[in-house]
Design a protein around this ligand. Sequence first.
Ligand SMILES: N[C@@H](CCC(=O)N[C@@H](CS)C(=O)NCC(=O)O)C(=O)O
Length: 203
Amino acid sequence: MTGKIKLWSFADVDRSGKVRWTACELGYEIEEIKVNLGEHASDPYRQMNPYEQIPTAELDGKILIESTAICLSLAERHPEAALIPSDQAVRDHFWQSINLSASSLEIPAVQYYLSRAGFMDETWTGLLEGPLGKRINVFASDLPDTGYICGDFTLADICAAYVLRLGVQAKLLPFEGKLETYMRRLMARPASRAARIFDSLEV
Ligand SMILES: N[C@@H](CCC(=O)N[C@@H](CS)C(=O)NCC(=O)O)C(=O)O
């Protein structure tokens, strides 16, 4: 066991999944605290995360927020696991992929998914469908035929998986061909299973 992390989440499917999966890849013991909707916007949770968002983590006695940043903090502590590649040529592609998935795609993908599911105003569906549909399909078409985004498995795959799963569930991406092969490769990893990251994907 590498160490211990405390993780505050709503459910398996929210952004805490990226942190849970990263921690599982690194062999962390996870103490998970489920937060009910609404509790995230009041004390005591707000004391830890004044942005009133999930997830929050406690690592080495420090409170950390922002799912991708928490994953990177975990990965940086374990260079031997190479979840952040060390080769500069690969790193350029790594940072590009991390930012595409965790920023350009993740925010509209979550909003689109929630508006389709009735948790956000339905006007978002129409506003986001065109640009998000186009961009997430470009991202999926860039996936490798074999292996992972940076050759070996890295955090880029964890961040990509989060948006790709949403894209499939929101019917923006057909679960077939190269995308299906890539996602099934991720679904077969013991750590992604332990993190229950794909449990909601009915394929
Ligand atoms: N960029 C933040 C986004 C966090 C976020 O929006 N979390 C959602 C759950 S996945 C949330 O807390 N939603 C409730 C709200 O915003 O009130 C991160 O990656 O941690």
